[in-house]
Design a protein around this ligand. Structure first.
Ligand code: NAP
Ligand code: SF4
Length: 685
């Protein structure tokens, strides 16, 4: 008998679990995610390809994005809904495809409640959410009864479509969660007031779905394990809700962390890995059914450790499955070190979804585009040079190598990574190291020759290669301000690379993504300290946002998450435009940065005109008045300029050359665009 190599290191993660008549092949759940794929043309086809790749990659159980049980429950007009038999018939294509690869799949039923982005928006009470412009109407008792019937119909249709079960979405501040807490439920009828009344909706849903679907169908209840909003549930209330839904027929308790409107970050890079494991640990002590841990669990080693410690029975990963569809297969085959790890940047998944585009993944541009990229090798292997080993160059070299080309990757500095080596210095962005580890591993695996400390000339390249991909990146823009050569002035590359140190009073020229990141870096380090890449420690994170893991206080908050903090420095960010600073920050992470800086008294001044820099500091004109920003250090974060001279020389010599990433277009450069361009060019070669 052969044993899977991964079993030795990951015995808990790879052990099967029986749920009613279904056996999951391992403990990994691909968590529900609203990708918006199904809203595209040929949406079901694309969604099927997306989920099938994850089933092939051996995820134990897949949970679909949320399907509304009725039109009022739609997350947005045109969103996924399951109300008719014809839809169920179509969905059998998806369930069959997942089953063919040994996977199991549950449909999530999600009623958006007062988060629905539409006029027809309902909640237990007419309390509007600060993140939705639509005013909810309080549901009548008849509407509540009809909604329960709609859930039951939806679950029945899911069963007809071949799903192994359903997940009832009871967390994140959606309808069911709104009923369970006083924050949004001020009803005085049988659906509000007492705790038992507030818990009636989830309990009735579990009971009636169980009755309608029979004993073999899996029912997962996703409970809000910590609300992170004022007047949310206490730990004891959550314990009793968990026990009630277990008694009502739920087979598994999944954990949701925080409402969407919470002012506490829950999944982005500033959150320490596995920060929320206390929540499933607590639930496991009060129920007998399996409990799922979720949020910021991105490596197999961490997942194994959580299971081995008994903190949960299953691990839910949504974004890590975007980053690598073969996550579990690699674990089983003993290749865990080859996993493409999610770096919690949110740039290509949540930020795209929030701006009405389909999700993909920064570290894996194939995600949700499985029908676009083929895996086939190139028809004719060629000699390819890639110049620049930043994000774009690495992606281009790795993919061209995978396709069978003979690739040489040149890098002028002594290490791979380019701008990522700077980004990783921002608190929490040390996660970018995973990206460098992954792409570094892939170039080695695919036989790419890496040549560091070399900047080849156009003639050298023309002599030895069939085609050249120029990914030579950017250099910081240095504006012409009188005194810019003063010793107190430095670029962000000087600062983040550790070449220079900043003093206590710092003025930052430029309020883009890098200006904000530099301010965050400065606020989490002391003057004179040597720079080091770090994330927040758990205790630091809990204290930073006033999170009470004992859940004694309602919502699990021990105070105002935005309460001021002791600043380590005096920081001022400046911008010439009068418009809102930080306009290019990610939707799902920008608010975290803004809050962190505001808590530390960072000043932001817009509409400035730079006059000069001298011993006293930075002199600016605002509204026609002269101001002095007293500063020991001035950091220039004024955007970048492309390094494209090599490309121009290659073009002049007539060799086939391609320009990607920041070298192509410095404005709005980020790793997301660079990696995608690298991948696409590698497919065109
Ligand atoms: P950016 O976002 O374009 O910001 C450049 C800043 O420099 C602007 O505030 C601009 O404002 C100022 N500036 C431009 N030319 C100037 C000049 N000649 N003199 C003085 N100031 C000047 O660029 P970035 O901050 O370098 O970021 C690069 C890319 O990375 C962006 O796409 C950004 O979104 C992305 N990024 C995002 C994050 C994040 O989301 N957390 C973090 C890092 C980077 P004024 O012209 O009005 O002065
Ligand atoms: Fe993870 Fe970033 Fe990919 Fe989203 S885009 S799945 S956060 S790596």
């Amino acid at each position: 008998m052969t044993t899977d190599p991964g079993l030795i290191r990951f015995p808990h993660l790879l052990s099967p679990l029986k749920l009613r008549q279904t056996t999951l092949r391992n403990r990994v759940i691909m968590g529900s995610m609203h990708t918006r794929l199904d809203m595209e043309e040929n949406g079901l086809h694309k969604m099927t390809a997306f989920l099938t790749a994850r089933a092939k990659g051996e995820a134990g159980l897949i949970i679909t994005g949320g399907y509304a049980p009725n039109t009022a429950g739609l997350i947005e007009p045109g969103g996924p809904i399951l109300t008719e038999r014809a839809q169920a018939r179509e969905l059998t294509r998806l369930t069959d495809a997942v089953h063919q690869h040994g996977g199991k799949v549950c449909l999530q039923i999600l009623h958006a409640g007062r988060y629905a982005k539409q006029e027809e928006c309902f909640g237990p009470s007419n309390v509007r959410s600060r993140i939705n412009r639509f005013q909810p109407q309080a549901m009548t008792a008849a509407q509540i009864e009809q909604t329960i019937e709609d859930y039951v119909r939806c679950a029945g249709l899911a069963q007809e479509a071949g799903f192994d079960g359903v997940e009832i979405m009871g967390s994140e501040g959606y309808l069911i969660n709104e009923f369970t807490v006083l924050y949004t439920n001020d009803r005085t009828d049988e659906w509000g007031g007492t705790e038992e009344n507030r818990h009636r909706l989830p309990v009735d849903l579990c009971k009636r779905i169980r009755a309608a679907t029979g004993p073999g169908f899996i029912i997962i209840y996703r409970i809000s394990a910590i609300d992170l909003v004022e007047n949310g549930a206490t730990g004891e209330e959550i314990d009793r809700l968990a026990q009630r839904v277990e008694a009502a027929g739920a087979d598994v308790l999944n954990t949701g962390i925080g409402w969407h409107e919470a002012r506490v970050p829950t999944i982005a890079y500033p959150i320490p890995r596995a920060a929320w494991r206390f929540a499933p640990r607590r639930l496991k002590s009060v129920v007998t059914i399996p409990v799922v841990a979720s949020n910021r669990i991105n490596t197999p080693a961490l997942a194994e450790e959580i299971l081995a410690a008994g903190d949960s029975d299953l691990i839910s990963m949504a974004r890590p499955m975007l980053a690598d569809p073969d996550f579990v297969r690699k674990v089983r085959e003993g290749n865990a070190d080859r996993i493409n790890i999610c770096i919690a940047c949110n740039q290509a998944c949540l930020d795209r979804i929030f701006s009405d585009r389909s999700a993909t993944c920064l570290v894996n541009p194939r995600a949700c585009r499985e029908t676009e990229f083929d895996e086939a090798p190139a028809k004719t292997p060629r000699r390819i040079a890639v110049v620049g080993a930043g994000a774009g160059g690495l992606a281009a070299a790795a993919e061209a190598g995978r396709r069978g080309h003979k690739v040489t990757l040149f890098e002028a500095s002594g290490r791979i990574g380019g701008q990522i080596n700077l980004a990783r210095m921002v608190p929490g962005k040390v996660e970018f190291d995973e990206m460098l580890r992954y792409y570094g591993g892939r170039i080695a695996e695919h036989g790419v020759e890496l040549r560091l400390n070399i900047a080849p000339s156009a003639d050298e390249l023309a002599a030895k290669f069939d085609a050249v991909v120029v990914a030579s990146g950017v250099h910081p823009r240095v504006p012409e301000i009188p005194g810019i050569e003063h010793p107190k002035v430095m670029t962000y590359t000087d600062l983040l690379s550790g070449k220079r140190n900043a003093g206590r009073r710092v003025a930052i020229i430029g309020a883009g993504g890098i200006g904000f990141d530099v301010a965050e870096y400065l606020c989490h380090s002391q003057p004179g300290e040597r720079p080091k890449a770090r994330g927040l420690e758990l205790a630091e994170f809990l204290a930073e946002w006033n999170i009470d893991p004992s859940l004694v206080k309602p919502g699990g908050l021990s105070g105002d998450p935005l309460a001021p903090r002791q600043p380590t420095r005096e920081v001022t960010i400046l911008q010439r435009k009068a418009s809102r600073p930080g306009a290019t920050l990610g939707v799902s992470t920008g608010w975290i940065l803004r809050s962190s800086l505001a808590k530390r008294g960072v000043k932001i001044i817009t509409g400035v005109s730079y006059r000069s820099i001298d011993d006293a500091g930075l002199h600016v004109l605002v509204d026609g008045t002269q101001h002095l920003i007293e500063a020991d250090t001035v950091v220039v974060c004024a955007g970048q300029e492309s390094n494209r001279s090599l490309f121009d020389a290659l073009q002049a010599s007539g060799i086939e050359a391609y320009l990607i990433g920041g070298a192509k277009e410095a404005a709005e450069l980020d790793a997301l665009r660079a990696v995608e361009e690298g991948m696409r060019i590698a497919h065109a070669l």
